[in-house]
Design a protein around this ligand. Sequence first.
Ligand SMILES: O=C(O)[C@H]1O[C@H](OP(=O)(O)OP(=O)(O)OC[C@H]2O[C@@H](n3ccc(=O)[nH]c3=O)[C@H](O)[C@@H]2O)[C@H](O)[C@@H](O)[C@@H]1O
Length: 452
Amino acid sequence: MTQLKPILSHLDSIPSTPGKFKPDKSSLYNTTFNRLRFHPSLLPRLTLWSALFLFLILLFLFFSPSGTTTAASSATIYGGKRRNLHTATEALGPNWDSRVIESARPRDKSGFTVLVTGAAGFVGSHVSVALRRRGDGVVGLDNFNSYYETGLKKARKSLLEKSDVFIVDGDINDGALLQKLFDLVKFTHVMHLAAQAGVRYAMKNPSSYIHSNVNGFVSLLEACKTTNPQPSIVWASSSSVYGLNSKVPFSEKDRTDQPASLYAATKKAGEEIAHTYNHIYGLSITGLRFFTVYGPWGRPDMAYYFFTKDILRGKEIKIYEGANHGTVARDFTYIDDVVKGCLAALDTAQKSTGSGGKKKGEAQLRIFNLGNTTPVPIGKLVSILEKLLKIKAKKKVLSMPRNGDVPFTHANISLAQRELGYHPTTDLETGLKKFVKWYVGYYGSKKKISSW
Ligand SMILES: O=C(O)[C@H]1O[C@H](OP(=O)(O)OP(=O)(O)OC[C@H]2O[C@@H](n3ccc(=O)[nH]c3=O)[C@H](O)[C@@H]2O)[C@H](O)[C@@H](O)[C@@H]1O
């Protein structure tokens, strides 16, 4: 197979990292010296004391936490990498503020100005491009963490730059950075897609879920609530909130109090937190429950993605089955359909009602399923991939481990159909065909991939 070009050549970077806060090392001891009158007999003692004093200062600067006492840190969330979140403006890159302002500018006055968190992520990059294409102003925010290959996130960022979308390299937990962004730009909307995703990884790194999906969300809502005017917020919840719910298809009215994973629990917590901020501060908030979103520029931690990789490399793949050899199935939803749902949610979002951190009236609070309504067994997913890749997979069928996975998902989308005009049109085979085409183009020829 010949090498194929990435199919999303419309998608876009400025490397910049929140740097360390530089303490003002002003000469604290100068005044002491000036007050002393010189006497020759004082010289040795003076030298000794000054040296000691200087040593103590250096010792303090060396061992004190980098930054001020207010500097938050996301230390050890990812592989022990310490990252100071207190933002030094200069560390955001040259002319970052003018780049933010430029990127935020809509093509015409009726356009939105949207802050997209998680803009270097799978859904975030697609939504950012779609918004920019129709003329909205878009500023991205992403911490480029190493949960999966950062090269892929950087490649998405480069594509976004080609569409004139600037991504700020920063964390939603960094309140000082959010403040700077909200001071610079009057965002009409926030599309909050930054999250710690993945169901099974929650057993390996639980704190990363609390950090991003709970603390991070609250940090963002705090910034939104105080800014004036308050933006309308649309954010990514998850089908996983239905957990052990057995009533199908899943409707927004069904119970969501039996999460099967910590990931699901943090998304459910997000929905409750959204309720609180809507209730107290008048923020207009719409949550979208995504159902296993897949497609080009997808997430390498998801089954369809690493199955493709492993089939191409001739590596065995594990296919889970439920109790009594029950079928495990997912309501796989193609990225373009989800993007349409996200844009429709932004378009129908009412304004927030609060100002100056105070509620002025009731505000909109919504939740929608964004699924495909056609659950597909995992075995079928694999056979479609085999057909598209023209390679027989080495399969191992085993009982689903107790890892947070749920046996099936199936969306009832009538609410989103009615209120958002959401009509998904892509079946799994069509969507996977586009994914495989992209995958081979992105990673190289089949021959090259299998020799990794
Ligand atoms: O829609 C959602 O709410 C969720 O969809 C996905 O979660 P999931 O549906 O579990 O997607 P995958 O991790 O790609 O798993 C898909 C299916 O493959 C199965 N699987 C996974 C891994 C494996 O080795 N073998 C296997 O059969 C899983 O049990 C599951 O049924 C995303 O990873 C979540 O971030 C998202 O919130």
